[in-house]
Design a protein around this ligand. Structure first.
Ligand code: ADP
Ligand code: MG
Length: 675
């Protein structure tokens, strides 16, 4: 817990209390998210200009951004098209050469410049002859008392909003730093100042660095403070949760587990067993379990979920299992029915399109569901569902354990809603998206983590290839061979219907083509716009090998388990994220046969090709996730709206693992001492 603040810091004063900030400026600052003095101090420059050294205009090269400085030797506004269009131009001279700067259709620019003005410009050279820039950023150099803030130094260039001059904001930042520097306190907990600059210094350095190397030093300190603030939140929440809750005793006694394992048909891997020990320890412990189970696709999380469920049932509690899609909920329903019903455990399904409970309910006329269940003398039901498990009128009685499969598809808020349904049941969150460690420590910082780091044996290898579209006929021929040998295949396209983007093939149009191409083998079509029952019918046919090729959108990405399918063809592969492609690839390689993942892409740019190459080179989900995080950021990786992460100004989740670890340690120590 952070110590109580006995006085309100002056940094919380409104920005309008600063000298020179009237109503209009305050409104402009507010548009930049600056409401208080502190917000201003944390307003991070978007770039810096080293105004101690300039490139000569004569030395400028095309298409490279740079800063130059010169004197206006000519300027003028030209209007054309009957006055509706215009171009304003200034010509700068720095003694080495001249530079033309143009602004199209912004005639008011005329008001900002005068003959003889000294000007900084930042931009790219568009034409070398005469040297021309369009719409550069500019700043007129003014003399006077404060000129040292703007010239002969590394100057911050801030993100701006309309009407707010760069120079004015820089002056404000300078004066505010000077005035409030002594008020910038070290937070609790603060890092060792042997290794980090003081916070006040870091803020000065981020605005007015003496050397460019200062910037990273300052950024790291400010990022650390952000991570500490988040860790404080996470860890205090967890602590107060543990203080106010008592665990339901769900350790189990093995009486169902033994027969279950005996009929499972395989032996648990060591990794699965280790994870189960951790889970049993939690479920028999003093606090409700809050555990994240990570395991790459195919590592066997479902069996672990089943064993955990059995522990709760043995202890006299019911269990809820939530899956992100109906297909996956159905698949779990079928598996768990097969596994659990012989043990006398009821398995119920509740999705948007199918409710086994409701249909039974209609036979028990006039009785409420909850009444029927509480009348049940020995609770032993596993409820399986999608988010429909969360929606109204469905009261899950005597809930001992909640399992959430493929957590990355659920928001934090949904997770909490489900858990609050019971009397603080144990929570097991499972994910196949290997979460880069930085995210694990932030987004899931309030969960304990178990990892299944070993694959079950007896799996065929997966080979991955990236190919261009012109190779498609050969690839299809190859798939036909595999079909003829008795295997099945997935074909994945990124979109459902032609979205107008020509380069994205659409599943619905391609369906007819593929049917002809693969005849006499049968092709099924699966996409998100189908009704639940239709989806399930297609999946059932594919599972039963009545359909040999399943054409789909990325819908099948999570969880689907059909071991006879050994080919995954993904078209327009560059349209998918790496983690997503890895998930898709996880649909194959589930049986004993060798499997093939073929990624079709005509992407020409080096970055896109490099990305896909990572998949050819590794099947280590963690490596892939980290690469994806670096390339696309956490929002993309987790689903933008649901990542629930704060927006860091200085922290970088792709790079700052060490800082995050330090923040965590600092916080843990601090909270332990606060006790
Ligand atoms: P995921 O972790 O991706 O959810 P699943 O639980 O769907 O993986 O398991 C993938 C496949 O591996 C399933 O067919 C499952 O029956 C099988 N499996 C799980 N554990 C083992 C094991 N210990 N030995 C052999 N096969 C296993
Ligand atoms: Mg799974």
């Amino acid at each position: 817990m952070s110590p109580p603040e006995n006085k309100i810091s002056p940094l919380k004063n409104p920005a309008s209390s600063l000298w020179g900030v009237g109503a209009e400026r305050a409104a402009q600052l507010a548009r930049l998210g600056i409401f208080t003095v502190e917000d201003l101090l944390l307003h991070r420059p978007k770039r810096y200009e080293d105004r101690r050294h300039f490139r000569k205009i004569s030395e400028l090269t095309k298409d490279e951004a740079f800063t130059a400085r010169g004197k206006i030797v000519a300027l003028g506004l030209k209007r054309f098209c009957g006055g509706s269009k215009s171009v304003f131009e200034i010509i700068l001279d720095d003694g080495s050469a001249r530079l033309h700067c143009r602004w199209w259709n912004l005639p008011f620019m005329e008001n900002y410049f005068a003959m003889g003005d000294e000007v900084f410009v930042f931009g790219k050279l568009k034409e070398p002859k005469p040297r021309t820039m369009d719409h550069p950023e500019t700043e007129v150099i003014e003399g006077g008392e404060e000129s040292f803030i703007h010239i002969n130094r590394i100057a911050p260039i801030y993100p701006l909003t309309e009407g707010l001059p760069q120079r004015w904001l820089r002056g404000l930042a300078w004066r505010t730093l000077g005035k409030f520097e002594t008020e910038i306190a070290e937070p609790t907990p603060a890092p060792d100042l042997k290794f980090f600059p003081a916070r006040a210094n870091a803020l000065r350095m981020i605005h007015f660095p003496e050397e460019l190397a200062d910037l990273e030093i300052a950024r790291r300190r400010l990022a650390l403070d952000e991570f500490v603030a988040l860790q404080l939140q996470i860890q205090s929440r967890r602590k107060s949760f543990e203080a106010r809750t008592k665990a339901l005793p769900c350790g189990g006694d093995n009486r169902l587990m033994k027969p279950f394992l005996a009929q499972l048909g395989f032996k648990l891997t060591e990794a699965q067993t280790k994870v189960l020990r951790e889970i049993r320890h939690d479920m028999g412990g003093a606090h409700p379990m809050r555990r994240l189970l990570q395991g790459d696709v195919g590592s066997g999380k479902t069996a672990v979920a089943a064993c955990s469920a059995l522990m709760a049932v043995e202890s006299g509690f019911n269990v809820a299992l939530m899956a992100p899609t109906e297909i996956l909920a159905e698949q779990h329903f079928r598996n768990f029915q097969k596994w659990f019903e012989p043990l006398g455990i009821k398995v119920e399904l509740q999705t948007g399109s199918r409710k086994t409970v409701e249909s039974r309910e209609s036979r028990v006329e006039g009785q409420k569901q909850s009444v029927r269940w509480t009348l049940d003398p020995r609770p032993s039901t596993l409820f399986i569902g999608t988010h429909a498990l969360l929606t109204g009128g469905f009261d899950l009685p005597k809930l001992g354990l909640v399992i959430i499969d493929e957590q990355h598809k659920f928001g934090v808020a949904q997770r909490e809603t489900l858990v609050r349904k019971g009397n603080y049941p144990h929570l097991l969150v499972m994910t196949a998206t290997p979460i880069p460690r930085t995210l694990g420590l932030t987004l899931y910082g309030d969960l304990d983590v178990s990892v299944i780091d070993e694959m079950p044996g007896g799996r065929g290898k997966i080979k991955t290839f990236v190919r261009e579209t012109e190779k498609l006929p050969k690839v299809l021929e190859f798939i036909r061979e595999k079909l003829a040998a008795g295997r099945q295949a997935y074909v994945v396209y990124p979109r459902v219907e032609d979205s107008g983007a020509k380069e994205l093939k659409a599943v619905t149009t391609e369906f007819e083509n593929l049917k002809k191409m693969f005849a006499p083998f049968k092709v099924g079509l699966l996409h998100g716009r189908l009704k639940g029952a239709e989806k399930e019918a297609v999946m059932a046919d594919f599972r039963a090998n009545k359909i040999q090729v399943l054409l789909s959108t990325s819908l099948i990405e999570v969880g689907v388990d059909v071991p006879n399918a050994t080919v995954m063809l993904v078209e327009n592969a560059e349209a998918f994220g790496l983690a997503q492609l890895h998930q898709l690839r996880g649909r194959i390689g589930r049986g004993a046969h060798e499997s093939f993942c073929i990624l079709i892409s005509d992407a020409k740019n080096v970055e896109a090709r490099g990305r896909l190459k990572i998949l050819e080179e590794t099947d280590d989900g963690f490596k892939i996730a980290e690469a994806d995080l670096k390339l696309r950021g956490p929002g993309e990786l987790l689903g933008r709206e649901q990542s629930g992460l704060p927006n860091f100004r200085f922290g970088n989740l792709a790079e700052d693992l060490n800082l995050i670890r330090q923040a965590r340690e600092l916080t843990t120590k601090c909270l332990a001492q606060a006790k």
